[in-house]
Write a protein that binds this ligand. Sequence first.
Ligand code: 13P
Ligand code: G3H
Ligand code: ZN
Ligand code: ZN
Length: 359
Amino acid sequence: MARITLRQLLDHAAERGYGVPAFNINNMEQGLAILEAAKACDAAVILQASRGARSYANDIMLAKMMEALELMYPDIPICIHQDHGNTVSTCLSAIQHGFTSVMMDGSLKEDAKTPADYAYNAGITAEVARLAHMVGVSVEGELGCLGSLETGHGEAEDGHGFEGVLDRSQLLTDPDEAARFVAETGVDALAVAIGTSHGAYKFTRKPTGEVLAMDVIEKIHRRLPDTHIVMHGSSSVPEEWQEVFNAHGGAMRETYGVPVEEIVRGIRFGVRKVNIDTDLRLAATAEFRRVADTRRDEFDPRKFLKPAMDAMAAVCKARFEAFGTAGNASRIKVIPMSDMAKRYANGSLKPQTARSQAA
Ligand SMILES: O=C(CO)COP(=O)(O)O
Ligand SMILES: O=C[C@H](O)COP(=O)(O)O
Ligand SMILES: [Zn+2]
Ligand SMILES: [Zn+2]
């Protein structure tokens, strides 16, 4: 059994200079596809469940599914992460269900829509970190609001995120504020705003530095070389899957995601966790459409789901290879959560900034 914390996994990734995709999971097919790809590539995995996933599948179903995946793939370290937690209790109930990592997204208020101020964000994130670390669970925080630098709008694609207009300073994480936030909260990983947004419609053309601010990642990394940076909204929305989707009755308008090569560049500057949901959704639903369109007599759902799993696994493999996750799972010896808790308690896992400021 190899349930790993986010902190240990990202420390390993930083040491060896790779990044880890964090795939969203709602059902068995996604779990099997991600783990099959991980096994084929010798890659550790981050499986993340949103609040929506937890209510869709039920916490008990999700928890048992994670256990089943651990038993089926004993050689693959699996990190189970709460995506975009909105309250302390969401994070704590995830921990009750065996999650090894939680995101407290205090960039937005509890409604997951209204942008919050710095004090609220730092306060609630620090509280979650204090509690989670007592039991060895890792914590991701977020500073800055996800949204488009092309339109100046926050993103609300999947019912979460701010819908209105934001100025450029809200849409880009400030490196000095990031240093303060990491020191004050003790987070293990920091999600940043650089112009990415959730869902399929991120950019209307292939993004340049104007709308995808990879330079901000470099600045944050220079200011916080030991902090694990997280990129949200990092699906690449592959053109080939858009084509399959549209060729079989879909109506996805022209759109561009985050190019894989930009993520790879980010990994050279401290990006360690790369959140991907849309790419697996798109590959799976493109395959549903293809089967429905080309085999009109088919009514066995497995005939839809098996090609969908193969398509998702192919996307996962491509990301494991590109981000350098491949070939590293077997090098990891999992540290139990109780040990991680001791390390937090004795201060050895404190962010470098906090230690140097305290010194
Ligand atoms: O950031 C994400 C989940 O937190 C997912 O982003 P995508 O919509 O780009 O896949
Ligand atoms: O927010 C990030 C993910 O894309 C999860 O989406 P969801 O809330 O629809 O499950
Ligand atoms: Zn979202
Ligand atoms: Zn996200």
